[in-house]
Design a protein around this ligand. Structure first.
Ligand code: Z5A
Length: 219
């Protein structure tokens, strides 16, 4: 799919991407708290697993007990999670004029299944875009961190985290390449900065996007 994608005209869609332990959950929570303090309606969500069927799909794709999966099976399970997520969580909240913050989205498929598993990128992107009705974030924040540092922030490994460092390096390079190709819709930040430094840079970039929402207090 080579279209420039579809952007919500009503709400604001912000996505966090990056490797393991880069601080996506920490920063999405901080951004949501700030936006709520300004009176915006915020939906904070994540992939995979933030729907009833998604929770079951998440267990399959991340539980080490699943063992090896065909790459195509893995792609389709993540795609099914995305379709349900976009149709039942993301789009309704955007159509209502709110801010949606998701921890991971299509770029995770392009990075992990595309660069990581080395599935054909053209085919993969078509499937992921189809699954999400080609809905694009207004802004994707890439929290960039060397894999060895991010993985070091956790003790346990799921199916994906247990891949080699080379795999995670390809994933990192892929996020950076996606951002470099479309700077108007990306913000890349060094995830080694303090939590507050990173949060402040995110707020600065998100603030101008808020005019489109029906939320109360734009800064
Ligand atoms: N995946 C896929 O393959 N294809 C897809 O299409 C999608 C996903 C959507 C989901 O993992 C896995 O699915 C993921 C990709 C794959 N696998 N891997 N590997 P997940 O949802 O279970 O986890 P995650 O998305 O990788 O997030 P995470 O590992 O939980 O980390 P995080 O959210 O980026 O970080 P955090 O929880 O905010 O912070 C981690 C720790 O670092 C914590 O103790 C913080 O207090 C600390 N932290 C945070 N910020 C800082 C700073 N600035 N300095 C120091 N310490 C910090």
């Amino acid at each position: 799919m080579t279209s420039p994608g579809r952007f919500s005209d009503h709400g604001v869609f912000v996505c966090f991407e990056g490797g393991e332990g880069a601080g996506k959950s920490t920063q999405s929570r901080a951004l949501a708290d700030w936006l709520e303090s300004l009176g915006h309606a915020v939906t904070r969500t994540f992939e995979p697993g933030d729907t009833a069927v998604g929770r079951r799909l998440r267990e399959i794709v991340l539980d080490p007990a699943t063992g090896d999966l065909s790459n195509r099976t893995e792609v389709l399970l993540y795609a099914a999670d995305k379709a349900e997520h976009v149709d039942t969580v993301v789009l309704p909240a955007l159509d209502a004029g709110g801010v949606v913050i998701t921890d991971r989205y299509v770029d995770s498929t392009l990075a992990y299944q595309g660069a990581g598993r080395q599935v054909d990128t053209g085919e993969l992107e078509w499937i992921a875009r189809w699954a999400t009705s080609d809905l694009r974030p207004h802004l994707t924040v890439v929290l960039d961190l060397a894999p060895v540092e991010g993985l070091g922030r956790f003790e346990e490994r799921d199916r994906i985290e247990g891949q080699s460092l080379e795999f995670h390096q390809r994933v990192r390079d892929s996020f950076l390449a996606l951002a470099a190709a479309d700077p108007a819709h990306y913000l890349v930040l060094d995830a080694r900065g303090s939590i507050e430094e990173v949060a402040a840079a995110i707020r600065e970039r998100v603030a101008p996007l808020l005019e489109r929402t029906t939320g109360a207090g734009t800064p």
